[in-house]
Design a binder for this molecule. Structure first.
Ligand code: NCD
Length: 347
């Protein structure tokens, strides 16, 4: 059940830091495996990954998480690995004492884990940590940077429903400046032929230049708008995300953005404007209406529960795909070193 290993892949460590790591062929193998894992989980069949599971996995999370951490850890456990975890690494690990991410990575590497799943607070820290690991670093989100395993499960969901990842019109809306899931998704989906993007956000929260210039260079079509109602009828896929209020350091700016974001909420009227065949995705969590954050500010909801029963609303299916897809990613990452042909990582 494990990936073929070749001379080159035997010697490379399969870190998964950015969604452009995987080529189309790797992704389809991972999705095939993820599909098998999903059926096995749902049928409650035992899973034999063929991986040598002698070395425990480390799950190191500096930021809050429900879906990513549990689904990754469940993925590891179902594949037979034991997992050691810290769910508040910025509070309970030595990072709080001023340790660098590099030193943390070196320390974790010394434990001889099979892989390190990491969610880091700062953009770029996944890559910094990976430099000091002789086993794969699986990026569970690095600040405002990327969230590549999320985009894999997003794409697995899109493929399940449309049976293709190309030729799609994709509306991507919400806080595109601070959200990392949308960055990974656009990066990965832009590799498939004939996908077109429409970015919808308040002007201040638009898609950042780095991604837009990648699209320009690749000749991928995209447009930007702050008119949500004009955008929604266009998409085959509408992918929405919340205001990342906790990432806006300046309180005045945060309050302004909360106000602006109120015009970007999806309720029944918005879903009615979407094509019948289309789907609505969201990485979750969404903000519950009336939620007050730890600064005492009331956030506004970007996706109202009133649309949950619409057949286009597929975000809970999407979130459930996290576990089998992450199993596929672990299998891909560890196959060359822990698979039947694998050589254990060299220190
Ligand atoms: C996202 C994240 O952490 O980037 N959540 C997730 O992993 N599913 C989205 C978010 O927090 O808004």
């Amino acid at each position: 059940m494990s990936f073929d290993t070749t001379e080159t892949t035997k010697n490379e460590i399969r870190h998964f830091i950015s969604s452009d790591t995987l080529d189309i062929a790797d992704r389809s193998k991972i999705f095939e495996k993820a599909g098998e894992f999903k059926s096995a989980i749902l049928a409650r069949h035992p899973i034999d990954s063929g991986l040598n599971t002698i070395d425990p996995m480390i799950s190191f999370f500096e930021e809050a998480s429900t879906r990513t951490r549990f689904s990754f850890e469940f993925a590891a456990l179902r594949l037979g690995f034991t997992v050691a975890t810290t769910e508040a690494g910025k509070v309970f690990s030595s990072r709080v004492k001023g340790e660098s991410i590099e030193d943390t990575a070196r320390t974790l590497n010394g434990l001889v884990p099979s892989a390190v799943i990491a969610r880091t607070e700062n953009e770029g820290d996944a890559e910094k940590a990976a430099r000091y690991l002789s086993v794969p670093l699986l990026n569970g989100g690095d600040g405002k940077g990327e969230h590549p395993t999320q985009s894999e499960l997003d794409m697995f969901t899109i493929q399940e429903i449309f049976t293709t990842l190309g030729g799609l019109k994709i509306v991507v809306g919400g806080d595109l400046a601070n959200g990392r899931t949308v960055r990974s998704l656009v990066r990965a989906m832009s590799r498939y032929p004939d996908n077109k993007f429409l970015f919808v956000s308040p002007k201040e929260l638009g898609m950042r230049e780095d991604i837009k210039s990648e699209l320009d260079i690749a000749g991928v079509k995209y447009e930007e708008t702050d008119n949500m109602m004009e955008a929604l009828p266009w998409g085959d896929v509408t992918y929405w995300c919340r205001l990342q209020a906790e990432r806006i350091k300046e309180r005045k700016e945060k309050l302004e953005m909360i106000e602006r974001q109120k015009l970007f909420a999806i309720g029944k009227d918005q879903v009615r404007a979407m094509p019948k065949h289309s789907i609505l995705l969201h990485p979750m969590p969404r903000v519950t209406p009336g939620f007050i954050d730890n600064q005492g500010d009331e956030l506004s909801s970007e996706l109202l529960p009133e649309v949950d029963n619409d057949p286009r609303a597929r975000y809970f299916d999407q979130s459930a795909n996290g576990q089998p897809v992450r199993m596929g990613i672990v299998d891909w990452a560890l196959g060359p070193i822990y698979g039947p042909e694998g050589e254990f990582p060299r220190a």
